[in-house]
Write a protein of this length. Structure first.
Length: 196
């Protein structure tokens, strides 16, 4: 059975112990608070970040620098037969494209999967993928199975407030107004829906 390395980003919510035991490498996104940049889950916790967000500090996020992916891929190509990279939706972040560009720079073939989602679903895809790998599936078979999951999925986002999505540029100026009118103030939570 060929050895497989898994590459993902910090949106995957993979537990560090699982990652270490199953050859999952997590590249942290950058969280920006008042123009200070932190590595997600390394230099700032989720709770600290959400506290800053609630305090209306200027917060945002950014994809990891391409150099971190290049450095990782150069290491992994020496130790593994194949690499599977699965990242948060390319419609929400440039992380997937950055990862694939880094693979080209590092001169390594990476089986890339655009999850079309973020957070918990990515974690589940990786958990299932590792299970299939342990059952003897090839990297291409694993990719095909994960893509079948993605085809059957829908992604709902229920933010506590649309203001942060608006400030980050992920929502146009008119959408928060129409959503807040539809939600009748704060009594209902707005929901956003992505479908492929």
């Amino acid at each position: 059975m060929k050895s497989i390395a898994w590459v993902t980003d910090s949106t995957s919510t993979i537990e560090p112990e699982f990652a270490i035991n199953n050859h999952v490498y997590i590249v942290p996104l950058r969280l920006i608070v008042n123009n200070e940049c932190y590595k997600e889950n390394i230099e700032i916790t989720a709770d600290q970040f959400y506290d800053k967000m609630r305090q209306n500090d200027k917060v945002g996020s950014s994809q990891p620098p391409i150099g971190e992916f290049v450095e990782l891929y150069e290491r992994l190509k020496e130790d593994y037969d194949e690499i599977i990279a699965i990242h948060c939706s390319s419609e929400l972040s440039g992380t997937y494209h950055t990862s694939m560009q880094a693979a080209e720079i590092a001169g390594v073939t990476v089986i890339g999967i655009d999850s079309k989602v973020g957070a918990y679903p990515i974690r589940e895809m990786i958990l299932r993928g590792v299970h299939w790998q342990q059952a003897g599936c090839s990297a291409q078979e694993i990719k095909s199975r994960i893509e079948n999951i993605i085809e059957e999925m829908s992604f709902y986002l229920i933010p506590a407030s649309l203001s942060q999505l608006h400030r980050s540029g992920r929502l146009s100026g008119s959408l928060p107004v129409s959503a807040s009118c539809t939600a009748a103030g704060d009594s209902l939570a707005p929901s956003l829906y992505w479908a492929s």
